[in-house]
Design a protein around this ligand. Sequence first.
Ligand SMILES: NC(=O)C1=CN([C@@H]2O[C@H](COP(=O)(O)OP(=O)(O)OC[C@H]3O[C@@H](n4cnc5c(N)ncnc54)[C@H](O)[C@@H]3O)[C@@H](O)[C@H]2O)C=CC1
Ligand SMILES: O=C(O)[C@@H]1CCC=N1
Length: 255
Amino acid sequence: MAGAMLKGWIGAGEAPGRFQVVDPSHPDLPPGVNWHEGPPGEGFGDAVVQLGFKPQMLGDIAPGLAGAVGAETTLTSIMAGVELASLRAAFPDAGAIVRVMPNMPVAIGKGAVGLIAEDRAAPGVEEIGALAGKLGTAEWVADEALIHVLTALVGSGPAFVYRYIDALARGGERLGLDADVSRRLSLAMAEGASALAAGSGESPAALADRVASPGGTTRKGLDVLDDGEALAGVIGAALDAATARAREMAEEAKR
Ligand SMILES: NC(=O)C1=CN([C@@H]2O[C@H](COP(=O)(O)OP(=O)(O)OC[C@H]3O[C@@H](n4cnc5c(N)ncnc54)[C@H](O)[C@@H]3O)[C@@H](O)[C@H]2O)C=CC1
Ligand SMILES: O=C(O)[C@@H]1CCC=N1
């Protein structure tokens, strides 16, 4: 995920040389990005440090990093579930702490990003909002419980959309289309429909009704999706399950 953010920032015009990656695995990085096996001996100083490893690794990795994170350092975390209080406990000397919840489309500047800060007025926090804004649409929330919801909606959301597109493509194939043709047209349809909706003043619900000509094909299909709120029910249940897992991960990070 952190690599997708790096791609997004460089694609938005940020100089690759401004980024320093600390990752013992030596990942494949865009040209010009600096790599380090571990934190700098002299500490991170006034840099913005983003934690991009798995939440389950916090307990192992934080002790070796915390000494390099001082009062001048702005700390951000993209880890699902790990709450501000857990970050503060692991990095007691950090300056501002901000949680950032991005998603994979940040790589092409089309991300959706949720943010929450320990203290919105702290030095360095506005810069984090500006950096997130370069990756797509960024929104601050004031209640940390909502970051768990955004983890499901924004972070996991692309996977749910890919399932929906895959179901459309498989449906087209079942009805006789060539598999590749069905996949390409399903993707193009979803991309076009999203772009049109994003640029329209009308709600997605209203746009769905505008596609449905009276007595036509769309209404018949919508009747299936709407019967007993079938689609809203299944999508809602997926969001509930993902949000509940984020809350569980928050508890795990406290142990
Ligand atoms: N995959 C996604 O779409 C999203 C992921 N996230 C969060 O992003 C984080 C990473 O997830 P993924 O990118 O999916 O996993 P990943 O496994 O692709 O990336 C984890 C990275 O951490 C690095 N790493 C391992 N040990 C390290 C250490 N000691 N120091 C520094 N780096 C180390 C690994 O080399 C790897 O590059 C997780 O905390 C996840 O909750 C958040 C939003 C969306
Ligand atoms: O599945 C996960 O836990 C991460 C967080 C949101 C998207 N991927």
